[in-house]
Design a protein around this ligand. Structure first.
Ligand code: DGY
Length: 418
C-alpha cells in the first residue's frame, strides 16, 4: 500500500466522530450531506461496514417529509456559524433546514456493487432504500411542484458551490440580514481570501431568516424566496442518483417504484438537455426569478456528463473547451472558466479545483466516449493531492493545496482513484 493511501485512510479515521465523518477538524465540525456520500464511498474501499454507517448516520437527520438536510448537528460545537439556534429547526438530532446535491443514492449503489460481503451489504441497503426513495420523492414535491423536470435550489449553500459567480446576479436580489448577528467562524480557521465575502454571508443568512420564519415549509419557501435557481449541478447529480436508485429498485423496490423513477428521470433528462449553451460550450443553470439563463461557464455546467445526458457531440465540445482551459491554467477543472473576469484562483468556488467535481466529471467523460479526458482528470487530481496535500481545494495555476486541510472528501476521492 502506498503512503498516500495510508494517509488518506488516516484522515478519514482522524475525522471520524463515531460513525460519521466531519469534513475537517474545526472548519466543519458536523456531518454534511454531499461530503458524507463521497466519504462513505471512500470508507468502503477499506471498511465496507463503515461506509454504510456513514449513510445511516446522515439519515438520522432525515425529516418526516423526506428531506435529507445539508448539515446534521450530531454534537455541539462553537467552531461553526450558523449553528442550530440560527436554523431553528425542530428535529432531533438538530439539522439545518436546506439540502445539498443528492449524491447519496449513487454512493449506496456504488458501495453495494463493489462489496465483498454481499449479504451484509444487501441487508444494509434493504434498510436504507426506503429512505432514499423518500428523499427522491421529496425533491420534485418540494422543489418542482409544477413538474418542469428541473428542481429549484433556494440557497447557494444548497448548490454546494456557495459563492460561484453563477449565483452573483440572483444573490444580488437578496438583502442583508437585519435580524441575525453574523458571527463568522470560518475566517478564523481559513484565510479570508479563500472564503466567500462578508456581503455574501449577510445575504446567505437573510435567506435562513426568511425560511425559518415560514417554518421551513417548502411551498412557503418557494413563494417567499428571492433566490431561486435551477442549478445545473444539482439537477445533474439528482438525475445520476435517480438512475442509480432505479438499479437499486430492481432488487429492493416495491412494485411501481421502477416506473415512478423512470418517469421522473425522463422528465429531468429532457429538461436538462434544453440547458445546453452553444455560446458557453457547456450547460447553464437557470435563474427562476428572472426567468433567464445564467450565462456563466462553471464546472457545474459539465456535470450533465456525469448524468449521462450529454450526447457524443456535446461531450466532444466540452472536452475541446476543457483543453482550451488547460492552456490557461495548469490544473483542471477550475470551478469558473479561467478567461471569465470573475475567475479568482483562490476564492472557494470562484476558481479553485475541487477533487469531487473532477471525479464526477471523469466518471461521466469515460462513459461519454472521452477516455482521454477522464484519464487526464484522474491523474491530474492524484498529482494535485500528492503535491498539495489532502486539501479542501486546489489552486488551478499550480495545484497548490488551499482552504481547509486534512479534508475528508479529498481523502475519499484519492481512495476512489485507487
Ligand atoms: C459553509 O460553508 O458553511 C456551508 O455550510 C457549506 O455547506
Amino acid at each position: 500500500m502506498t503512503d498516500l493511501i495510508e494517509q488518506a485512510r488516516a484522515i478519514l479515521r482522524g475525522n471520524d466522530r463515531g460513525g460519521y465523518t466531519v469534513p475537517t477538524h474545526r472548519l466543519y465540525p458536523f456531518q454534511w450531506n454531499w461530503d458524507s456520500a463521497f466519504v462513505a464511498m471512500g470508507w468502503a474501499t477499506f471498511d465496507e461496514a463503515r461506509g454504510f454507517t456513514e449513510v445511516e448516520r446522515l439519515l438520522e437527520g432525515q425529516w418526516d417529509d423526506g428531506l435529507v438536510p445539508q448539515i446534521v448537528f450530531h454534537a455541539p460545537s462553537d467552531d461553526y456559524f450558523p449553528g442550530p439556534a440560527v436554523w431553528g429547526v425542530d428535529h432531533t438530532p438538530p439539522t439545518s433546514g436546506i439540502t445539498q446535491p443528492p449524491v447519496l443514492a449513487s454512493a449506496v449503489r456504488h458501495m453495494l456493487e463493489r462489496s465483498q460481503d454481499r449479504a451484509a451489504a444487501e441487508a444494509r441497503v434493504a434498510a436504507i432504500y426506503p429512505r432514499l426513495v423518500a428523499y427522491h420523492r421529496w425533491w420534485p414535491r418540494a422543489r418542482d411542484p409544477n413538474g418542469s423536470g428541473l428542481v429549484s435550489t433556494m440557497h447557494p449553500w444548497e448548490t454546494g458551490m456557495d459563492n460561484s459567480p453563477a449565483w452573483d446576479a440572483a444573490l444580488a436580489r437578496v438583502p442583508a440580514t437585519t435580524i441575525t448577528a453574523v458571527q463568522r467562524r470560518d475566517t478564523t480557521h481559513v484565510d479570508a481570501t479563500m472564503r466567500p465575502r462578508a456581503e455574501e454571508y449577510q445575504r446567505f443568512i437573510h435567506l435562513v431568516d426568511l425560511f425559518r420564519d415560514v417554518h421551513w415549509q417548502p411551498e412557503k419557501m418557494l413563494a417567499a424566496s428571492p433566490f431561486r435557481v435551477a442549478d445545473i449541478g444539482t439537477n445533474s447529480i439528482l438525475l445520476r442518483a435517480e438512475r442509480d436508485l432505479s438499479v437499486l429498485a430492481q432488487r429492493f423496490g416495491q412494485m411501481g417504484d421502477g416506473g415512478e423513477i423512470a418517469a421522473r428521470s425522463e422528465r429531468m433528462q429532457s429538461a436538462i438537455e434544453k440547458l445546453w449553451d452553444t455560446q458557453l460550450g457547456l450547460f447553464h443553470s437557470l435563474d427562476l426569478i428572472a426567468d433567464s439563463p445564467i450565462g456563466v461557464a462553471t464546472s457545474g455546467g459539465l456535470l450533465p456528463l456525469y448524468a449521462d445526458v450529454a450526447n457524443a457531440s456535446r461531450a466532444a465540445a466540452m472536452t475541446a473547451m476543457l483543453r482550451r482551459w488547460a492552456g490557461q491554467v495548469r490544473y483542471l477543472v477550475p470551478s469558473t472558466a479561467p478567461n471569465d473576469p470573475r475567475f479568482d484562483a483562490l476564492r472557494y468556488w470562484r476558481g479553485p479545483v475541487w477533487a469531487v467535481v473532477n471525479w464526477m466529471i471523469a466518471e461521466g467523460a469515460a462513459r461519454a466516449g472521452q477516455p482521454g479526458l477522464a484519464a487526464d482528470l484522474r491523474s491530474g487530481t492524484r498529482d494535485m493531492i500528492a503535491n498539495g496535500g489532502f486539501s479542501e481545494y486546489f489552486d488551478p495555476r499550480d495545484g497548490g493545496g488551499i482552504g481547509g486541510e486534512d479534508f475528508s472528501w479529498t481523502a475519499a476521492i484519492y481512495l476512489l482513484l485507487g
